[in-house]
Design a protein around this ligand. Structure first.
Ligand code: THU
Length: 135
């Protein structure tokens, strides 16, 4: 599959789930979609909570959906959010992605109009701690 088409599929899935975000406190909906090692796409949105620290990021929910579906590898991931700035995954989500992704795994940050910047996981989380350290 050509890269543009792969990214377009992730963008569509992330945009579709973003509208379901539960964001009464921040008003900042985020959608995340990832492709697993079998080619399936898993998506998640952020789910906030009245007890603020209990809110869950979109990426965390997408990773959870992937694991629940029986997959274990993130091949590519995309997030979409609103606003003028490039919104990259938060630090905690970078580590959650790291558990199932490699240094070269592409991570795209999109706005409503499409991808704004693309990174590798290693660019977002250099010299990271991961499963290999415990092997
Ligand atoms: N958020 C995400 O879902 N992913 C990120 O990587 C950045 C932040 C959510 C958390 C919270 O619900 C809202 O965006 C504002 O921080």
């Amino acid at each position: 599959m050509p890269p543009e088409y792969r990214i377009a599929e992730l963008f569509e899935a992330a945009s579709a789930v973003k509208v379901r975000a539960h964001v009464p406190y921040s008003g900042f909906p985020v959608g995340a979609a990832l492709r697993d090692e079998t080619g399936r796409i898993h998506a998640g949105c952020n789910v906030e909570n009245a007890a603020y620290p209990e809110g869950i990021c979109a990426e965390a929910n997408a990773v959870g959906a992937m694991v629940a579906a029986g997959a274990r590898t993130i091949v590519e991931l995309l997030t979409v959010s609103d606003g003028d700035l490039v919104a990259t995954c938060c630090g905690g989500c970078r580590q959650k992605i790291r558990e199932f992704a490699g240094a070269d795994t592409p991570i795209h940050a999109a706005g409503p109009e499409g991808v704004r910047r693309s990174y590798t996981l290693a660019e977002l989380l250099p010299d990271s701690f991961g499963p290999d350290h415990l092997a």
